[in-house]
Write a protein that binds this ligand. Structure first.
Ligand code: ACO
Length: 154
């Protein structure tokens, strides 16, 4: 993995890491709908921000990972897995019973990652990405139309 990794919770006055957030969600307008009601955790290595995740409580028992991203040059080295474990651990300590994550039908690698970590598909929001994003989204030639919602008991 990466060296000297520290994960910090951003404070209100801190700069929002849009460069990372937009890797996971291409619409700044959409990011701004949840980011101000969420906690942002930033992964720093040797003074550089290389990843983040965003947690947003849905109710007293359930929290959602709204965004998780690793800087492109640091992907596929285990950091995303580490950040997901960190998000689950922090949420459990904070008393949440369930953690939810949503991703697109075309995000096959991400779907694989979340299921490997014990998330189960619990809902499909049909045409979510068609209805909520101005531009069509394609991944590896497949259109991202539906949101797959996955849930894990903590
Ligand atoms: N894109 C997507 N998934 C990947 C990628 C990649 N570039 N590289 C690896 N994976 C998957 C693989 O299934 C891998 O499993 P394997 O090791 O058995 O092949 C698994 O992720 C775990 O690998 P890690 O190294 O822990 O993952 P990584 O550090 O790359 O983080 C993440 C995964 C967060 C998806 C990262 O690749 C990324 O930032 N991608 C772009 C942004 C994104 O798609 N974020 C999630 C959107 S959904 C949401 O935010 C709620």
């Amino acid at each position: 993995m990466v060296s000297n990794l520290v994960i910090i919770k951003l404070q209100e006055a801190d700069k929002i890491p849009y460069d990372l957030l937009l890797l996971a969600d291409p619409s700044r307008e959409n990011v701004d709908k949840y980011i101000f009601n969420s906690a942002i955790y930033l992964a720093n290595s040797n003074g550089s921000s290389i990843g983040c995740y965003v947690l947003c409580p849905l109710d007293n028992n359930t929290i959602e990972i709204k965004n998780i991203a690793v800087a492109i040059r640091h992907q596929a080295k285990g950091l995303g897995t580490h950040l997901l474990h960190d998000a689950m651990e922090k949420s459990k300590i904070d008393g949440f019973k369930k953690i939810v994550i949503g991703t697109g039908n075309s995000s096959t690698r991400q779907l694989n990652l979340y299921q490997k970590l014990g998330f189960k598909i619990t809902a499909i929001k049909s045409d979510y990405f068609r209805d909520n994003y101005d531009e069509p989204i394609f991944e590896n030639g497949t259109q991202c139309t539906d949101m797959i919602v996955l849930t894990k008991e903590l």
